[in-house]
Design a protein around this ligand. Structure first.
Ligand code: ATP
Ligand code: MG
Length: 363
């Protein structure tokens, strides 16, 4: 099984797709994957030199701990990360990045990663939209968003063609974080979408119209759109692959982690070939890493060997605080911002944001 997706990118950059996707070579225009011209990046400032120096000095007084005291080592590491990351503003991408979080394997941390990365990016000054594209509605719950049966939701957008603007809600805890919730109705959408015209394109058309609506009504540009997927490769996931340019795959650091991955990559290749030539796996995030087991380290090593630099350096530890947060209608970023889980998601979000500046984005 060749897992190196970086070498499998087809030569499609610069080609008009025939599906309305912009070619990269369109002169003088920096366009989004949705055919929407990018505005000038909003002024999300980088840190000043003085801020950086203050962080460096603070971090230098954190005591060093050796391998013999893992707890002290973890505390010191958390203190350093807190000093380095808290209150830092992340750079805005030059255009809206639409990232689908997918893995047909269940329970690998898709929803947890979607909501916590989204929260971390929003807390760092960016405008972020989460599309809850899973009938379980777990992302809506974790963001504290109302999603009972009568609420306008992604089902209405996909099946009834309701404008996305009518279904968008603001996350109560985090300014700049928006969500289109999922209700239980969405469970029927897989079947209801089947006879529809352009059934794979419906989410993309809806998001494209919403981005235009935001610009027309003077609302700030969205920096990130993160799409949470169900654990299947049905029409809902296909819609999520068609709306995005990037795929983020969370991989749980456990046995069987890589099983099913080749099927997922094959499906992404198919979507790329037939529906969305821009689609590529830009990011892999290792989740539920348990430093006490050798197995977790082995899985992490294997994934890094296959996927090299698209794997985010910061792994997400298995953490009770992360799993408790949704029952309080919160992400771990507000539930316990100083926990190692929150700091890991913050570090991962920073890497994600920095990649759009360095132009890596998995290419
Ligand atoms: P599904 O395929 O059902 O949509 P998923 O891939 O979205 O699942 P999550 O719902 O994010 O996975 O996570 C599965 C379970 O594991 C949840 O109960 C969640 O709280 C827990 N969990 C996720 N990440 C962590 C972590 N780092 N530490 C501890 N528990 C975690
Ligand atoms: Mg989920």
């Amino acid at each position: 099984m060749s897992l190196d997706v970086r070498t499998r990118r087809p030569a499609v950059r610069g080609l008009a797709s025939g599906l309305g996707w912009p070619s990269d070579s369109s002169p003088g225009r920096d366009t989004s994957p949705l055919g929407w011209p990018a505005e000038a990046a909003p002024t999300v400032s980088r840190e000043t030199e003085a801020d950086e120096e203050a962080r460096r000095q603070l971090a230098s007084v954190v005591p060093q701990a050796d391998d013999s005291t893992p707890l002290a080592q973890e505390l010191a590491e958390n203190a350093r990360r807190r000093i380095d990351l808290h209150g830092r503003r992340f750079p805005a991408p030059t255009r809206t990045r639409v990232i689908t979080v997918a893995n047909q394997k269940g329970g690998v941390g898709k929803t947890t990663s979607t909501v916590n990365l989204a929260a971390a990016l929003a807390q760092a000054g960016l405008t972020v939209l989460v599309l809850d594209n899973d009938p379980q509605g777990n992302a809506s719950t974790a963001l504290g968003i109302d999603h009972h049966a009568d609420i306008p939701s992604i089902y209405d957008v996909l099946v009834d063609g309701v404008a996305m603007a009518e279904a968008v809600q603001e996350c109560p805890d985090i300014p700049g974080l928006l969500c289109v919730p999922a209700t239980i109705d969405l469970a029927g959408a897989e079947i209801e979408l089947v006879p529809m015209v352009a059934r794979e394109m419906r989410l993309r058309s809806a998001l494209s119209a919403y981005l235009k609506h935001r610009t027309a009504s003077g609302e700030p540009r969205l920096d990130y759109v993160l799409v949470d997927c169900p654990p299947s490769l049905g029409l809902l996931t296909v819609n999520a692959f068609v709306v995005a340019e990037e795929v983020l795959i969370p991989i749980q650091c456990e046995y069987y982690a890589l099983e099913g991955l080749s099927q997922l990559l094959k499906n992404i290749e198919l979507i790329k070939a037939h529906l969305n030539p821009q689609l590529h796996v830009s990011t892999i995030l290792l989740t539920m890493f348990d430093a006490r087991t050798r197995l977790a380290a082995q899985v992490a090593d294997e994934v890094r060997t296959h996927f090299s630099e698209i794997v985010i350096r910061s792994t997400i530890p298995r953490s009770v605080r992360i799993s408790e947060a949704p029952s309080h209608g919160q992400t771990v970023m507000t539930y316990d911002p100083v926990s190692s889980g929150a700091l890991s998601y913050l570090a991962a979000a920073r890497e994600l944001a920095d990649r759009s500046v360095s132009g890596e984005e998995g290419r």
